[in-house]
Design a protein around this ligand. Structure first.
Ligand code: G3P
Length: 200
């Protein structure tokens, strides 16, 4: 049990690494929390610092969720469901000890958890997300719809814990996107400079 607590702490701390903030401050001397949407995630890093920084932050945030979910394999300890460690990383990412218990919108870290736990669901989510980004040019909308669809897809396999966690995470992701939802509603959500959304 001590080992499980240690693993949970590691998962939380891994998730708490504010990749976007550290990459921005470390390499660009820019605090992305003061620019764009103010979020610390991939989208705002891309918006403020460009595609290379955005891609690095996406890779780091996905890795945080994935590595945390794989901790039971590294420790050879399968006492509790690996998804619990993914959840710890997601909580770390959104309530980060390195960011005054604030943080991101839980999209990439949740995707990383799926990648480690059930890669097919990660690729489903990523596929829907990419398609919707290209169709709407709104990453926030793509993130919310991709998670909703993926949650529905989990109902077709027999994994109650995954489905319950996916429902909870989808509600949480919508909550974290409440300012985006407001902007989508009144037509002021910022768009990525590609995709069909720019044509409308
Ligand atoms: O992953 C976060 C994304 O869905 C929205 O980010 O910066 O546009 O609020 P942002």
């Amino acid at each position: 049990i001590e080992q499980v607590i240690l693993m949970l702490v590691i998962a939380y701390l891994l998730g708490a690494i504010p990749s976007g903030v550290w990459i921005g401050k470390g390499f660009f001397h820019i605090d992305i929390r003061r620019h764009g949407s103010g979020n610390i995630g991939t989208t705002n890093t891309y918006r403020v610092l460009g595609p290379i920084a955005g891609t690095i932050v996406m890779a780091m945030d996905i890795s945080k969720g994935a590595i945390a979910t794989l901790l039971p394999f590294f420790f050879h300890n399968f006492t509790i469901n690996p998804l619990v460690f993914g959840l710890a990383a997601i909580l770390g990412h959104t309530f980060s000890v390195f960011d005054r218990f604030k943080g991101g919108k839980a999209v990439a870290t949740s995707a990383g958890m799926l990648l480690a736990y059930k890669p097919s669901f990660f690729f489903l989510a990523a596929g829907i997300w990419l398609l919707l980004v290209l169709l709407t040019s709104m990453v926030s909308l793509a993130s919310m719809v991709a998670f909703t669809c993926t949650t529905l897809a989990t109902f077709f396999i027999n994994d109650l814990f995954l489905s319950i966690l996916a429902i909870v995470l989808t509600i949480f992701i919508f909550y974290r996107h409440r300012s985006n939802i407001g902007r989508i509603m009144n037509g002021t959500e910022s768009m990525v400079p590609f995709g069909l959304g720019n044509l409308i």
